[in-house]
Design a protein around this ligand. Structure first.
Ligand SMILES: *[C@@H]1O[C@H](CO)[C@@H](O)[C@H](O)[C@H]1NC(C)=O
Ligand SMILES: *[C@@H]1O[C@H](CO)[C@@H](O)[C@H](O)[C@H]1NC(C)=O
Ligand SMILES: *[C@@H]1O[C@H](CO)[C@@H](O)[C@H](O)[C@H]1NC(C)=O
Ligand SMILES: *[C@@H]1O[C@H](CO)[C@@H](O)[C@H](O)[C@H]1NC(C)=O
Length: 391
């Protein structure tokens, strides 16, 4: 059988379509049209701050998947399954001011990841972003061609036909600490080894795309205990101002990246602080409330919560400003500040059943740190996707 269109006719057809269009564009824009690239194109995102914009309620376009369609989401983020009465939080779409985000294309991402490892490294918030990425990708992969394994600090999703793996590694401070056990990490006195990164980094070595985060765990008091040397042997514990300790840890991360990541064949990202919503008085709500029972985003464009430390943000900006291997900052803080509605609240699996007093006062056991899935994390991954498309 002959193909419907021969190669020559295809060429002719494309001229027939493209030429009048080009002529039309030329008439509209004169000589300047080549520099005036249309919106929605990846090239224009270079000139657009995709982290600046507004939330648009869009029931038709969001969410990108159903909670029940993604079997991997862990129970702390499955808000509908645990009784959340409203769904509005799933329907908000991020609209940057200067351009539109490219629509998330799962097969394009899997193609990018062919033969590669993508690694999310950090705390439970980054764990949520990892689940979101898995949920966004798994739908186009048949059951027999994917696998999911979780093992202590490491979770691995594999797309076999692509020889691609998407992984999460738990390291809440990135550097070594005494809180690194993935299960038993709720301990009284935290001690951090800001110079010790290989302890964890040996698990990331060989990854092609790494997305780091670390913030919340640093926010327990104005100073932290750090340790020179090793846990075993000669110990010298000292108190250090939080910002200084954070800077040391970020410098260790940057040094590791510079020594281990190939700038031509890899990408490194750092996700900025994820906001919490513990006090509704901050956005002009109930003087004693928190994120519990919040169903809409904050509308004040200048809103910035007290728990998002500007001085810690400055440390990030400074530490990542001039690295020999570029580290792309995913500055999700401002856009997430608005989303007081997007936390699990009380609608998640509880480690221990709530007491009678807690049940009488539900806000007392609300989670105002993590984010329901589908939800805000999907937007972070759309932004990550946009950044992956641009150098
Ligand atoms: C699969 O990907 C890994 C990297 O994650 C690579 O080392 C390996 O060579 C790949 N295998 C094949 C068969 O392409
Ligand atoms: C899981 O952890 C155990 C012990 O740390 C290790 O022996 C095993 O190889 C790991 N499996 C995977 C799939 O990572
Ligand atoms: C939740 O908020 C609504 C107003 O938005 C209020 O009427 C209701 O009493 C609140 N529920 C609880 C349990 O606080
Ligand atoms: C992230 O964005 C906020 C404003 O939205 C800005 O104040 C902050 O400096 C940015 N952080 C970094 C590390 O670029």
């Amino acid at each position: 059988m002959k193909p419907l269109l021969s190669f020559t006719s295809l060429i002719l057809l494309s001229f027939a379509v493209v030429l009048p269009f080009a002529a039309f564009t030329f008439i509209l824009h004169g000589w300047s049209f080549s520099s005036d690239v249309p919106r929605h194109q990846p090239e224009t995102m270079e000139y657009c701050n995709i982290f600046e914009g507004v939330w648009v309620y869009d029931e038709a376009a969001r969410p990108l998947y159903g909670e029940e369609d993604c079997p991997y989401i862990y129970d702390q983020l499955k808000c509908q399954a645990y009784g959340r009465p409203d769904r509005g939080y799933q329907h908000w779409r991020w609209q940057p001011r200067g351009c539109s985000l490219p629509s998330f294309d799962a097969s394009a991402v899997l193609e990018m990841l062919r033969g590669k490892r993508m690694m999310f490294v950090g705390d439970s918030v980054n764990h949520g972003q990892f689940f979101s990425m898995v949920c966004l990708l798994h739908r186009i992969i048949p059951w027999h061609a994917k696998s999911f394994q979780s093992n202590g600090s490491l979770s691995v999703f594999k797309a076999k036909d692509y020889n691609a793996s998407i992984e999460f590694y738990w390291a809440p401070f990135l550097v070594e600490s005494n809180s690194d056990n993935a299960v038993a990490h709720r301990i009284g006195e935290r001690v951090i080894l800001p110079w010790s990164i290989d302890f964890h980094a040996r698990h990331w070595k060989g990854s092609h795309i790494i997305v780091f985060n670390t913030y919340l765990w640093w926010m327990n008091g104005a100073s932290l205990k750090i340790l020179r040397g090793e846990f075993e042997g000669d110990r010298e514990v000292m108190e250090m101002v939080r910002e200084d300790a954070y800077e040391l840890a970020l410098k260790s991360m940057v040094e590791w990246v510079e020594e281990n990541m190939d700038p031509h064949n890899s990408r490194v990202f750092f996700t900025t602080m994820s906001p919490t919503h513990w006090r509704s008085r901050e956005w002009g709500g109930d003087p004693n409330g928190n994120c519990f029972n919040q169903t809409t985003p904050i509308e004040d464009p200048t809103y910035w919560g007290e728990d998002s430390s500007k001085s810690m943000m400055r440390v990030v900006a400074e530490a990542l400003s001039s690295t020999t291997v570029p580290i792309t900052i995913l500055n999700i803080t401002q856009l997430s500040e608005y989303r007081k509605d997007a936390h699990p609240q009380i609608y998640k699996k509880q480690w221990t059943p709530p007491t009678t007093e807690q049940l009488a006062n539900p806000k007392s056991y609300a989670d105002c740190i993590h984010w329901c899935l589908p939800g805000l994390h999907d937007t972070w991954n759309e932004l990550l996707y946009a950044k992956l498309l641009t150098p």
